[in-house]
Design a protein around this ligand. Sequence first.
Ligand SMILES: Cc1cc2nc3c(=O)[nH]c(=O)nc-3n(C[C@H](O)[C@H](O)[C@H](O)COP(=O)(O)O)c2cc1C
Length: 234
Amino acid sequence: MPKPQPNGRHARPPVPGPAPKRVVVGISGASGAVYATRLLEQLLLGGHEVHLVVTEYGRRLLSDELEISKLELAQLVPSLAGEAEDIENRRLFVHPHKDVGAVIASGSFIHDGMVVIPCSSTALGYIATGSGSNLLGRAAMVTLKERRKLILVHRESPLSYIDIKNMEAVTLAGGIIAPANPGFYLGPAKIDDLVDFVVGKCLDLLDIPHDLKTRWADRAKPYAPGRTPGRDAD
Ligand SMILES: Cc1cc2nc3c(=O)[nH]c(=O)nc-3n(C[C@H](O)[C@H](O)[C@H](O)COP(=O)(O)O)c2cc1C
């Protein structure tokens, strides 16, 4: 049995948006599989169509961190298991990562953006150099070529000069590097809050409304002149 995911307990539907979107999600072999499953949950709950590709090491991370052995809805998003048939028939499409002939490999496949979450330094590297030898790399390369939105939720620390140059190349090509580094200013109390912060940022970048807690405006207190933030007690 898959381990219950921390994100499975409070599957709030995202704020309804105007029209369902079509989003490509890539999962590569970086730590943080829970970011991916939470994003999948939010997209599917919101009625969006998801095209998923998972690399070999992405599958290992899903297995190691969340005990997910099969790329099926019941394991990826247990909170949606009741709707499995409907979602698997209409909204969740899983593509084999070695199949560079899958629909998402073609520029003719229209979509609203691709998110690689989490994105390893290896995936960053092959995306930055335009390598399309696996489906994740090919789909990302095509997303850039078609001038669609590509969001890389990179996770690795520290960064080498090569990582930084790769980030520069992706950025110059129109991609967005959105590192998996949550803010703490909303007072996170549990891991879910940190995960939601990162996933909410991705949804913002995809122009998808949501109610995950990411907004400074919900927390900001008026600044009191003469007091030193962080030193004087609130
Ligand atoms: C348990 C585990 C955790 C890993 N975590 C990271 C990570 O956080 N960031 C990263 O860049 N690579 C990480 N790696 C290494 C990548 O999985 C490895 O470089 C792999 O080739 C990535 O290939 P892919 O991007 O095609 O999935 C990890 C590997 C394992 C086995």
